[in-house]
Design a binder for this molecule. Structure first.
Ligand SMILES: CC(C)(COP(=O)(O)OP(=O)(O)OC[C@H]1O[C@@H](n2cnc3c(N)ncnc32)[C@H](O)[C@@H]1OP(=O)(O)O)[C@@H](O)C(=O)NCCC(=O)NCCS
Length: 134
């Protein structure tokens, strides 16, 4: 289903902003889904690392929806927030918005995903999450 959006989410800071280049396009000239997935993984890991206070590994991509195509030159904003924590795991929701048309900005929600990260130690094994700082 399309999800038109006229502005970026108010009162929130994106974790990441990036502009895809021609090298990130698929054979049809639109942006390759795998490139977007990599950026989503990077953006989602940022709040997870903060919550884990250390290294994390991506254990699962729970859902991933490409709602609208992404074009070379779009300015992408990745919003990520922790939606669930367990003993060692942190689940993060990531929303991606594209601002296109430099002169008359049109904002479109292009992607939504949920990923789970696991806090790991130096041995790469799961590590108990630290308590929340008060
Ligand atoms: C992440 C990793 C360290 C977890 O080790 P593990 O022995 O499988 O961990 P466990 O089974 O003890 O599960 C750890 C946590 O992950 C959660 N988890 C495991 N599989 C999951 C899945 N498919 N979906 C959601 N959560 C999952 C568990 O519920 C558990 O959460 P909790 O501690 O909060 O209850 C290990 O699977 C690994 O190294 N995977 C490769 C990671 C990687 O390289 N990622 C980059 C992409 S290649």
């Amino acid at each position: 289903m399309t999800d038109p959006q006229t502005t970026l989410p108010a009162g929130k800071m994106p974790q990441l902003r990036v502009m895809p280049m021609p090298a990130d396009a698929n054979v049809h000239g639109d942006v390759f889904g795998g490139w977007i997935m990599a950026q989503v993984d990077i953006a989602g890991a940022l709040p997870a690392v903060r919550r884990a206070n250390g290294r994390v590994a991506t254990v699962a991509v729970n859902s991933f929806v490409f709602k609208q195509p992404v074009f070379v030159g779009d300015l992408l904003s990745f919003y990520a927030e922790v939606v669930k924590v367990g003993n060692t795991s942190i689940t993060v929701n990531v929303e991606v918005y594209a601002e296109r048309n430099r002169l008359q900005v049109e904002t479109v929600k292009v992607t939504e995903a949920t990923l789970t990260y696991v806090a790991t130690g130096e041995d790469r094994k799961p590590r108990q999450l630290p308590p929340l700082e008060s």
